[in-house]
Design a protein around this ligand. Structure first.
Ligand code: BG6
Length: 491
């Protein structure tokens, strides 16, 4: 299914920032290569520096050269570069937005449907929207006006509400595109399709058959040069509150009434609102945090988090795990364990579903797992017990393993998909305010309790598997972290 795109102008705030350089300009260029940009679409980069058009276009070329090392089609490049303009918005200029309006009002150059992408500091989201509104640039009449707000939408429930109140003075919900880039990943979009377009999965997708679900994101990377940001955020807010809860929503929601943006978002909102609040008075059984200590990644020695931060007192977690229950008939009694970590033994994002024990149990520990690999491998695997050929009655686990992505498939970056959706006016892969709020409502009490607890945080050596102590959140003795997607990854 492809939607038609109106002629439009994309106005990119923070145009020389890292996200724009690494994802947005290369992504737009790829869309142009694929013939997905309307002929007369224009892109206006907005930044604080004064840069002339020639220098700006040379800068964009350098972004593309960095990204597309094998080169690119010169004709597409000429077409793409001609779409690009630059507008300086120095913070000291009180007329900067009025000037932007004057620039954009040249209809001979700029289509009047306007999409603003705010790749700026979160504290600037509301002021930029307000400044745009003050000069009439958010007003929809003949033309649409859309605003993309980057992650995070607030840092807790009150600040999310405050941001929402500030921007809805000027924008309708249909004009607001809140990003969670995981929703732009094909592998995430596939969860919904794989679940509901196959008769074999849906009948067993419930508490009658499922023992528990694990949703995991682990990285081998550390916090890198983002120490300050990370130390004010932590793993729980950085990953679980957003990407992992969205993955959970897609995994657990009821079938949407249709695939319209409203249909999909309504089903996710309902699910997120059905997650039981985490009991803070029994937090140690429901939530676990840890920090990576010095260790080895790919044979190289790496420092610990506190060392990188240069502050031994931080209690901010680089590993976070939560146990959640969903209060609806489908999931009653089924624990959902969600976890994320930096500097674990492998980089992997997956959904692992463990089924209940079969009536006939040859070995005590025999289990059936269904695993949906999100990244790096996009796959679906089913582990079943099978007889070992021979004279004895013995079973072993075998894996039915299928790729959701084939080598010949297009590899589309999440931001490319989201940029296209934005121009199409399809916000199903963007967050509704109710989703952002439900996600904050759930994690806020844990964030607060952890911030107040100044006991030294549990340490795990970089490159290791889950800290042993994290098992405290499991409901049953025979539950344990699935540490790998591979056969035997549950042992
Ligand atoms: C970002 C987080 O939102 O997502 C990062 O801030 C994290 O800390 C990143 O590394 C992971 O995204 P991806 O697409 O690489 O899995």
């Amino acid at each position: 299914m492809t939607n038609k795109i109106d002629p439009c102008t994309l106005v990119l705030f923070g145009a020389s920032g890292n996200l724009a350089r690494v994802k947005l300009y290369p992504g737009l260029f790829r869309l142009d290569m694929l013939g997905r940009l309307p002929d007369d679409m224009k892109i206006v980069g907005v930044g604080r520096q004064l840069v002339d058009l020639e220098a700006w276009r040379a800068d964009i070329k350098s972004m593309l050269d960095t990204k597309f090392k094998k080169g690119y089609d010169q004709k597409v490049f000429e077409r793409f570069i001609a779409r690009n303009f630059y507008h300086a918005n120095p913070p000291t200029d009180p007329d900067a937005f009025a000037k932007l309006k004057t620039t954009l009002s040249d209809e001979s150059v700029f289509p009047q449907n306007l999409a603003y992408f705010l790749s700026v500091r979160p504290v600037d989201f509301a002021p930029v929207v307000e400044s745009l509104a003050n000069v009439g640039l958010t007003q929809e009449d003949k033309y649409w006006r859309r605003v993309v707000i980057e992650k995070p939408f607030g840092t807790d429930l009150p600040s999310a509400k405050e941001l929402q109140a500030a921007i809805t003075k000027h924008l309708k919900e249909s004009q607001i595109y809140r990003i969670d880039h995981y929703l732009g990943k094909s592998a995430l979009q596939n969860i919904l399709l794989q679940r509901f377009t196959n008769t074999v999965l849906e009948p067993i997708w419930n508490n009658q058959y499922i023992d528990h679900v694990q949703i995991t994101n682990t990285e081998m990377l550390g916090v890198g040069d983002r120490t300050q940001f990370y130390d004010s955020t932590g793993a729980l807010r950085d990953m679980l509150q957003s990407h992992i809860l969205q993955t959970l929503a897609l995994t657990a929601m009821e079938q949407p009434k249709d695939l319209s943006p409203e249909g999909v978002r309504d089903a996710k909102i309902k699910l997120l609102e059905e997650i039981r609040p985490i009991p803070v008075n029994a937090l140690e059984k429901h939530a676990f945090r840890a920090q990576y200590a010095a260790g080895e990644i790919n044979g190289e020695k790496v420092p610990g988090y506190l060392e990188e931060l240069g502050n031994q007192d931080s209690v901010v977690e680089t590993y976070a795990a939560l146990k959640l229950f969903i209060d609806n008939p489908r999931w009653k009694g089924v624990p959902f364990y969600i976890r994320t970590a930096k500097r674990l033994h492998e980089a992997d994002t997956r959904i692992s579903i463990r089924f209940k024990k079969a009536p006939l149990q040859i070995n005590d520990q025999d289990q059936n797992w269904l695993i949906i690999g999100i990244q790096p491998r996009e796959c679906i695997k089913l582990e079943v017990q099978s007889k070992i050929p021979g004279l004895d009655i013995q079973t072993r686990t075998i894996q039915l393993d299928a790729a959701n992505r084939w080598d010949s498939d297009d590899s589309v970056d999440a931001y490319e998909a989201l940029l296209l959706n934005l121009m199409q006016g399809d916000n199903s892969n963007y967050l509704h305010i109710s989703e952002a709020e439900a996600q904050w409502r759930l994690v806020d009490p844990v964030v607060k309790a952890w911030a107040e607890d100044k006991h030294p945080v549990h340490q795990y050596p970089a490159g290791s598997r889950d800290p042993e102590a994290s098992k405290v959140i499991f409901e049953a003795e025979d539950q344990f972290w699935r540490y790998s997607i591979e056969l035997g990854g549950d042992k």
